[in-house]
Structures are given as C-alpha cells and as structure tokens.
Design a protein around this ligand. Structure first.
Ligand SMILES: *Cc1c(COP(=O)(O)O)cnc(C)c1O
Length: 371
C-alpha cells in the first residue's frame, strides 16, 4: 500500500527477528551495577587477556596513510596468511572478522531452497547469519555431554543440504571434532565448513586435509589468539575456485587498513604470541583442576581458551548474576536447552587466577553452595 504518511513497510520476516545476542560492553555493565571498570574480570567474550602485543599496537599507530583505501585484493595479507598456514595464497580470503566469511560463504554456496545443518549448542552467529539471509537451518542437537550426534547429522544430510557448519573447538562447549567424525561427514560428499576460531589454542587444525578433501572449507580468525577482536579480521581457506567467487562477492574494502597492518604484524610476532597462547592453555588446565574443588561447578573438557561450566541445580543464570555483582563477567545463555545450566568462562591471565578463584568461591557462597 502506498501511503506517503507512513514509514516504509519492512519485510515481514525481519520484524520479529531476534538478532544476534551480543556481549554487553564492559563500561556499560560496570556502570549499570556501579563498579569500577578497573576491578572487572572480563571473561565473557574469549578475548586475549594479555591484549594485543605492544609491537602490533606500534605497527598500527605507525601508519600515516589511513586516508588511502585498503588493498581490495589483499595481496600482502593473503600471502602472509598463506605462509602461516602453508597453503597457496589463492585459497585465502580475509574478511571483517571470520563472521563476514560465514555470511559471504553462505551467500556463495547456498542456493534458494537449500539448507544448512548446524549442531547446537554452537556459535550463535550461524543462526543469525542464516536468518538474515533467509536460509533454512536444520539443527541437529548435540548429545547431553555435548558430543556430536554423528548418526543424526548423517541422517539429516539430504540433496537439499548445501553445507554442514561446525566449529572445532566448538564454542561454547570446547571440544574438537575427531578425525573419524570429519572423515564420515566428508565421505557423504556434503560441503563441510569448519570454523577453527580457537585452533591456535587447540594446537590442531584440519587445514592440511583440504588437499585431499575439496569439499572442506576452514575459517580462522585473529580475534582470539592475536587479541585483535576489536579490529575485525578473520579469514577463510577455500578451494581456489570458491575463494575466487568469495573475493568477488564480498565487500571489497571490508578489511580496513588498520586491521590489515595489525594482522601482518601479529603474524610477524608469532613467537611472542605462541608464549601467550601457552600461558592461556596452562591457565585453562589449571583453572579446570582448581574448579574441581567446588562440588557445585563442573567444567567440560576444553581445547579452547574458555571453560563451559555446569552449575549445580542448573543455576547458570544465578551464578552469572552473582559473579557479575562481584565484577566477574562471564557468558550466559538464555536458550531453553542444556546451556541454561552453564556459564562459559574465558581464560584470564595466569596472575589473575587466584583472584578469579576467590570471587568464584564468594559467588558460590552467595548462592548457598558449600565450598
Ligand atoms: C569468536 C568466534 C568467531 C569470531 O570471529 P571473528 O573473526 O571475530 O568474526 C568465529 N567463530 C567462533 C566459533 C567463535 O567463537
């Protein structure tokens, strides 16, 4: 109906779209609950607790030509990432976070009427990106211990399935996909996108499988290990023909110049980052062992930089709230599934572990749990 007095009509499918459930900024939570941002342990977004390296900050600050557009062909960046992964540069496409590659890959690979298989609980971005592009998702829930229900996934794959989208390590559960699971999925001929945002912490990647498996695509990011989440820089590793199309249909300047400089510098300083990654992995194993002191908190095994912890009596939300009051921000999920019993805790620096343990103990007491 054309009516000049009314605002434009929206597409009806977007009116009640829930949107992505984002992490609230630190300052805004601190303000809301009246605590000093300096006292906060921000453990809700799997960011690098060491921050980015000073050398990377200097490289970004040292560029004086931000008046110039970035390289839309990403020549230097793709070559540097290719050397890092030991794959040809023609396979790499960088984006504004791997989130952009998730979106563009779905646009490139899922035709109208085709479907995408995901296995919740998993990264919320998959549903968001599919919803926004009108792509139907088939959700195959994980088992109660969060392992993949491989038979159910295989049973869900039909001629209409354009791809299976999995994270390894999975966010928020922390487990990696096994060789046997990936092999079984690829044997069906379906395209598998493996989101390896946490591969650097897991110490393993399936990128080397791509030569033998042309239907495998892998996403990686600088957000987690390199501490560049705020710059938005990630990448996909594709079969060359797919990379070619993804390059042509993505926004040409989505990787900004500061992100490009930051990523190149991070790759140049890999040895220092490797030491940070070691401390984060050690903190994870240390925290998992120490949390076992609390009979009311049960961490799931994790290969990433976070621990998903089940709370006694299913009181995930209560623990989240009690921790928030004590300045510890963790991720909580409102979904009415197994996750509502859990909180996800990102790793702090090793020197913050004692403080975290004290605040956890206090929050547990707030809830009446014995320690
Ligand atoms: C954090 C995360 C990402 C983030 O990617 P960006 O590069 O920051 O867009 C992607 N996948 C998973 C599973 C994540 O947890």
């Amino acid at each position: 109906m054309l009516d000049p007095a009314l605002p434009p009509p929206l597409r009806p499918e977007f009116i009640d779209l829930p949107g992505y459930d984002p992490v609230e900024p630190l300052e805004s939570i601190a303000n809301r609950i009246g605590i000093d941002p300096a006292d906060v342990l921000k453990l809700d977004a799997n960011e690098n607790p060491h921050g980015m390296l000073p050398a990377v900050r200097d490289a970004i600050a040292g560029v004086d030509d931000y008046a110039v557009y970035p390289d839309p062909l990403q020549v230097e960046l793709r070559e540097a990432i290719a050397r890092y992964l030991k794959v040809p540069a023609a396979r790499i496409v960088a984006g504004a976070g791997s989130d952009e590659l998730i979106e563009v890959s779905i646009r490139a690979l899922v035709a109208p009427g085709q479907r995408v298989v995901v296995c919740p609980p998993t990264f919320g971005m998959y549903r968001f990106v599919a919803d926004v592009q009108g792509v139907a998702l088939d959700e195959v829930p994980r088992a109660p211990d969060f392992s993949l229900d491989l038979d159910a996934v295989l049973g869900q794959i039909t001629d209409e399935t354009a791809l299976v989208l999995l994270a390894s390590p999975n966010n928020p559960t922390g487990a990696v996909l096994s060789d046997a699971e990936l092999r079984a999925l690829l044997a069906t001929g379906v395209t598998v996108i493996l989101d390896e945002a946490y591969a650097e912490f897991a110490g393993r990647s399936f990128v080397s499988w791509m030569d033998d498996h042309p239907r495998l695509i892998v996403f990686r990011t600088f957000s987690k290990w390199a501490g560049l989440a705020g710059l938005r820089i990630g990448y996909g590793v594709f079969p060359p023909a797919v990379a070619n199309v993804v390059m042509r249909i993505k926004q040409p300047y989505s990787v900004n110049r500061a992100a490009e400089i930051g990523a190149l510098s991070a790759l140049d300083h890999r040895a220092e980052y490797a030491r940070q990654i070691e401390t984060i992995v050690a903190a994870r194993d240390d925290l998992a062992a120490r949390v076992a002191e609390f009979p009311w908190l049960n961490p799931h095994p994790s290969a990433a930089n976070f621990l998903l912890c089940e709370v006694q009596d299913g009181r995930g939300k209560d623990l989240r709230d009690a921790l928030e009051k004590r300045g510890v921000f963790v991720r909580y999920y409102t979904r009415p599934d197994l996750l509502a019993r859990c909180v996800r805790v990102s790793m702090p620096r090793p020197d913050q572990l004692d403080d975290l343990m004290e605040r956890l103990r206090a929050a547990g007491r707030d809830l009446g749990f014995a320690d």
